[in-house]
Design a protein around this ligand. Sequence first.
Ligand SMILES: N[C@@H](CCC[C@H](N)C(=O)O)C(=O)O
Length: 297
Amino acid sequence: MIDASGPRVLKGHGTQNDFVVLPDPDGTVWPEDRLDAALVRRLCDRQGGLGADGVLRVVPSAHVPDAAGVLGDALADCTWFMDHRNADGSHAEMCGNGIRLYLHVLVAEGLLDEEQARAGVLVGTRGGPRRVGVGTDGYWVDMGAARPLGRGEAVVAGHTYPGTGVSMGNPHLVCLTDVAVESFDLTRAPGVDPALFPEGVNVELVNVLSAAEGPSGTTAHVRLRVSERGVGETRSCGTGACAAAWAALEAGGRSAGTVTVDVPGGRLAVEVTPTTTVLSGPAVVVSTGTLTREWLG
Ligand SMILES: N[C@@H](CCC[C@H](N)C(=O)O)C(=O)O
């Protein structure tokens, strides 16, 4: 008999950026020393584990030791905390695809009222509080204002591409290029200047397909591929989509607009203003179950 009495687990994705989700509603299931980097790597292993780009622990902010430090006065307003790990076990400050899936799981697991989710709730992250909600077409999250980090370069297969550093809570280097993004070899992480990005960086290669002025402002359409810090190439990156949208608008001298972002795993929408960056897109739970004792050991 298989002993499947281990902790509850869900697998899901947002535009095919996939996550193992671990509910921890009272903070006792997955304390930091249990969910260590080695276990995260095993969970994310596509042969020996469930396979994913990252892990999301669904835990109340009150049970996360470093939540008070990152959330400050907002701690009391953030009942829930998105404890995100990359596939290599490292923590990331923010995850745009993950936080939409996180809200979906909160509601699906009965941890949050659907009405509240529709109105929007603040969720704690290591990048600060983020408002996230259910929209007409999927889920949305306001990342706040994009923060420029200066100019940089990425080296891919021996070629150098200039880029713009952008923080969405986590760091990005967005390289707008005329070289078709499909043609890049991202099996190895692009080279970057470690002095500019001491904590590492997510690198986006972006083609601007169109940009136009209309009655409701600037609209643009971009296509991106991404090599994520702590993961490698993924089929989508929500914060990367926001950074790319901001950089595409900025390159055209605009600080606001609506950008459609095509990624290998689907399509995202980003609304940029000088003070907000709202990402919208889908979130899907693929399966629910438990971890087995034989795998946990
Ligand atoms: N895929 C995520 C970003 C996950 C974190 C990133 N790898 C980092 O280390 O900053 C997204 O959808 O934003």
